[in-house]
Design a protein around this ligand. Structure first.
Ligand code: PLP
Ligand code: SF4
Length: 342
């Protein structure tokens, strides 16, 4: 592991820590004592989708291991530049679905609000790696059109903040968004989908905790942990005040070849999540986004893995194995019966 200076951890704000993230593949590989694995193609892949890794996340990687499951999630590889049939830039049709104001309304009663294009980390398998955020950015800087749409649609009871990563907004902006949402009577639930607590736990700072503890909306936080080693002490500590404030903590992960596609890893992930106060919610089959084909696990393999997990875990620790399908009214559960027919 790469030692973090305890002084910098204590004195820097999360924004400063974000500014200090690795943005050069070469530098991360050097600190992990993996310089010999550096290839110029990595920079080429990083041109297509920027390389960014906060130091906290890098510090959880094992030195000298090019197959480290945390490293594999962020390391640009030549395979990303190969085109593979069925893997497209916008597999979910989200670029068409959003209504120009950052709102994605695909499912009944709940909407996804794209609050920002920014993330603290760039996961190579991300389904938004080709999303044209630059065009959206302007409009996203003001919530008014989105809030107006929410106000006019009484069927919406839950607002899901997504992105990018909604916790890359500062507390002031988040606070004003929450305040506006609280004023819409039919919006009762707030959900935040964020990987930031995992890759930069200092984001769970006291003002954010206060915001989430004080809101009148019923609030849940869905974190994104793919591997049990991502559950650091800092994350555990950071989440405890949220638990005490009665916020529901859930996890979604993505099934990734070479990262978390073994029964042992998945069972250990679910048990460690529970020990941290988080319930497993979804295990996603990878979205078929161009450049991520090398992470894909086949449906039969995914189903078999899930069956083994079911045999080893209590029902409440078994995440639903799902895929997102363009045009569907909900996430689609992968079914064993369908698999047997094929
Ligand atoms: C995943 C998703 C949701 C949330 O779905 P749940 O099943 O409620 O977790 C809502 N809207 C969109 C567009 C989504 O992709
Ligand atoms: S944190 Fe989430 S949205 Fe951001 S790059 Fe990773 S998977 Fe994509």
């Amino acid at each position: 592991m790469i030692p973090l200076s305890p002084l910098s951890l204590k004195t820097e704000s999360w924004q400063q820590q974000l500014g200090n993230a690795y943005c050069q593949v070469k530098a991360l590989l050097a600190d992990l004592e993996l310089s010999e694995h550096y290839r110029p193609e990595m920079e080429l892949a990083a041109q297509a989708f920027r390389f960014q890794v906060p130091r906290h996340f890098a510090a959880l990687m094992k030195k000298g291991d090019i197959r480290d499951p945390l490293l594999l999630q962020v390391l640009p590889r030549a395979a990303e530049l190969q085109h593979r049939a069925g893997f497209t830039p916008d597999p979910l049709g989200d670029q068409d679905a959003h209504e120009g104001n950052g709102i994605l309304h695909k499912y009944h009663g709940r909407v996804l609000l794209i609050t920002t294009g920014a993330c603290a980390i760039n996961c190579r398998y991300c389904f938004r790696r080709h999303f044209p955020y630059a065009g959206l950015q302007m409009r996203m800087n003001q919530w008014r059109p989105a809030l107006q749409q929410l106000q006019q649609d009484p069927s919406i009871h839950e607002v899901i903040l997504s992105g990018g990563d909604p916790l890359s907004l500062n507390n002031h902006r988040l606070g004003s968004l929450l305040e506006a949402l609280e004023k819409i009577p039919h919006v009762q639930r707030l959900r935040i989908h964020s990987r930031l607590p995992v890759v930069l736990p200092s984001r769970l700072d006291p003002p954010l905790i206060r915001l989430l503890a004080d809101t009148s909306l019923a609030t849940s936080l869905v974190v994104h942990v793919n591997h049990p080693r991502e559950l650091s002490d800092e994350l555990h500590l950071g989440l405890q005040p949220l638990r005490q404030a009665g916020i529901t903590l859930l996890n979604q992960s993505v099934l990734l070849k070479g990262v978390n596609d073994s029964v042992q890893t998945q069972v250990s992930l679910c048990e460690s999540l529970y020990a941290t106060g988080i319930l497993p919610y979804y295990l996603h089959q990878l979205d078929r986004v161009q450049g991520a084909a090398h992470f894909a696990v086949s449906d039969p393999d995914a189903l078999q893995l899930h069956e083994h997990m079911e045999q080893q875990l209590p029902g409440y620790l078994l995440p639903r194995l799902v895929r997102e399908t363009q045009g569907a009214r909900s996430k689609q559960t992968l079914l064993r019966s369908q698999n047997q027919k094929k």
